[in-house]
Design a protein around this ligand. Structure first.
Ligand SMILES: C[S@@+](CC[C@H](N)C(=O)[O-])C[C@H]1O[C@@H](n2cnc3c(N)ncnc32)[C@H](O)[C@@H]1O
Length: 206
């Protein structure tokens, strides 16, 4: 008999209940601790993930950055599509989420980073790259502290290579205000099969 060496999952205590730390429980716990930063009580749907990532040209993608990965709702799909020599940097401000991602996804291409999307240029440079090919954002732009959304929009436009894309999903179309000043072409979509339904944007760097 071979004994598993995997660490047992810790349990979460929510409203007095002891629950196994599944991604859904972790996410809800994250929302209860930091409602403004997490901005949603359940992770994105599979349909939203497919819709958002649909236009990505994976063959030309070497550096993929994600803001606000949470418990890694997009992570499996991104790792499955990313070229074997690609790099996937996932930036989140919540240390519980970053620890969970590091423990859950053992892939040498994957780099979970505790930090803010506003510092994306330094984070990408520290990883050894000049630019990113794609940046995906699940940030709750409308509830972020004042000024932060504009800062993140500008930093993202600078960190992307020419021809790179900023992929953004949000429940409110107001998010377009944060990206429009920095991107001349923005394609729009809508995903009804998500709670709540989401606005999708693909912003192209000229
Ligand atoms: C709505 S959740 C998105 C979760 C996941 N991407 C999904 O689709 O289910 C927003 C995430 O953004 C993170 N976040 C909030 N502000 C941030 C910032 N300035 N930089 C990086 N991540 C941030 C939160 O900790 C949270 O994990």
């Amino acid at each position: 008999m071979t004994l598993s060496t995997a660490k047992p999952l810790k349990r979460s205590r929510i409203f007095g209940l002891s629950l196994p730390r599944t991604p859904m429980v972790m996410f809800f716990e994250g929302f209860l601790k930091h409602p403004v930063m997490v901005g949603s009580i359940i992770p994105s749907s599979k349909k939203l993930i497919r819709h958002m990532l649909g236009p990505v040209d994976w063959a030309s993608c070497k550096v993929f950055v994600e803001y606000g990965p949470g418990v890694g709702t997009f992570t499996r799909q991104i790792l499955a599509a990313l070229p074997h020599d690609g790099c996937y940097i996932a930036i989140d401000t919540n240390p519980d989420f970053i620890d969970y991602l590091a423990a859950t996804f053992a892939d040498p291409r994957f780099r979970p980073v505790l930090g803010s999307a506003a510092d994306v240029e330094k984070i990408v440079a520290d990883a050894g790259f000049d630019h990113a090919d794609y940046v995906l954002s699940g940030l709750p732009f409308s509830t972020l502290p004042k000024g932060l959304g504009d800062k993140i929009g500008a930093a993202t436009a600078r960190v992307l290579r020419s021809g790179g894309q900023f992929l953004v999903y949000q429940f409110s179309p107001k998010v377009r205000d944060f990206i429009a000043p920095h991107f001349a072409r923005i394609d729009h979509g809508f995903e009804p099969w998500n709670v709540p339904p989401a606005q999708l944007y693909w912003a192209h760097k000229a």
